[in-house]
Write a protein that binds this ligand. Sequence first.
Ligand code: KIV
Ligand code: ZN
Length: 508
Amino acid sequence: MDKLIIFDTTLRDGEQSAGAAMTATEKLKIALQLERLQVDVIEAGFPIASRGDFNAVNTIAKNIKDSTVCGLARANEKDITAAGEAIAPAKRKRLHTFIATSSIHMQKKLNMQPDEVLAAAVAAVKFAGRYTDDIEFSPEDAGRSDEDFLCRIIEAAIGAGATTINIPDTVGYTMPHQFGAMVGRLIERIPNADKVIFSVHCHNDLGCAVANSLSAVLAGARQVEGTINGIGERAGNTALEEVIMAVRTRRDVFSCDTRVDARQLVPTSKMISTITGFPVQPNKAIVGVNAFAHESGIHQDGVLKNKETYEIMSAEDVGWASNLIRLGKLSGRNAFRTHMKELGIQFADDAGLNEAFGRFKDLADKKRDIYDEDLLALVGAGSEIDHSYQLESFQFTNSSDGKPHARIQWRANNKQYDAEADGDGMVDAAIRAVEKDANSHAALALYSVNNITDGSDSQGSVTVRLARDGVEATGHGTDTDIIVASVKAYIHALARLEQAEIKAHPQL
Ligand code: KIV
Ligand code: ZN
């Protein structure tokens, strides 16, 4: 079996989804989870985009030991220097540089002749060699590029030192049979193709990203790029969980496999959904809540007789385990610390442990059964407590013949606020009360509620996204009461909006 390299770009291309901006702490959390999932390469960001992006990539480079950390750079020295410096502390580092090669991109976006583009690609790959010998080159919009030109530029990039050649279908235009055939021809035609790994990077505009990637794997590609849950620009990227399980389940078709620990797929998907606020559709393959549910009577009967009648994978193998733990009200700090360690969560210091333990005790007072998902939520999105922005106390009143009314006491930047408001519903009343004092003039770009576990006593996880003057900020809140979770998420988003920064986009 060949090895299929899994290159995760959730933190770079995934973050380019409208409204998916993440903080450095959130990115580090996701990177650590991707390492637990055992992806081979984590594309941690686009360091030239902003100081925040540089720092996020740099922090990830310092903390990730078992996956290669990659930084993206356009084909110019400034971008490459930023990416090279950001990834410098990584145990294994890759620099990914790219330039567009389709006629439309070269003419309309770059305003460059093909030979100038080729020279820039060669210079960029050579310059990247100052920082690492693991260099990936991508001819952007390869799916719509002239094949002869692709052969020329790729051969030159390999000659200049590229070790991975990535073929992007940037606008999701190609069909699976065409894309696979194109990748096969490139591998065959380029004289030095045997010196590199061929990779693919597909977008999902026509819903073909996973099919295109798999078709390319059949044609010889040995790296697939994508994101968990398929998040990404416009219709998103290749959903990695689908590629991983397709090659593993259909070993009769694919002569390669990945090193991924598939039991981490569902926890990773949940973490990314909570942090970005993008829910996973219930019927989504592998990670959707219905992916292993057998509703129809015929299916249930079949599954009871023999699982394989309707199941080609097992739910447990991709991480759909019911993780009821034996921690409760009376559990001590040590039991808590040990169990969190088993979940892959370690606390930097005693203060961090004590804070999380305090929140665990509060939860155990409200909720009888505590699941691993509850614990991960305690330390997951929204748990970066910003002590300067906090919900202090609240009173909510509502009845069938009255108007929903909320009084909220909260704190921002050492100022105490206390306001009351009516609303169309309880959440609306509570947010109006906060806004009376905040006066943020921000638009509510997203409000989403998810349950963390099953049952009516589940914690609700709320995501709020606020937009103002071209920047967006996402806040999270969890609580067994959805109105409280909503207010926490709103205040969290307000705090973040104050710190949000404008970033450069790599492909504009
Ligand atoms: O879609 C694309 O072409 C990209 C490149 C930067 C690889 O994301
Ligand atoms: Zn892309």
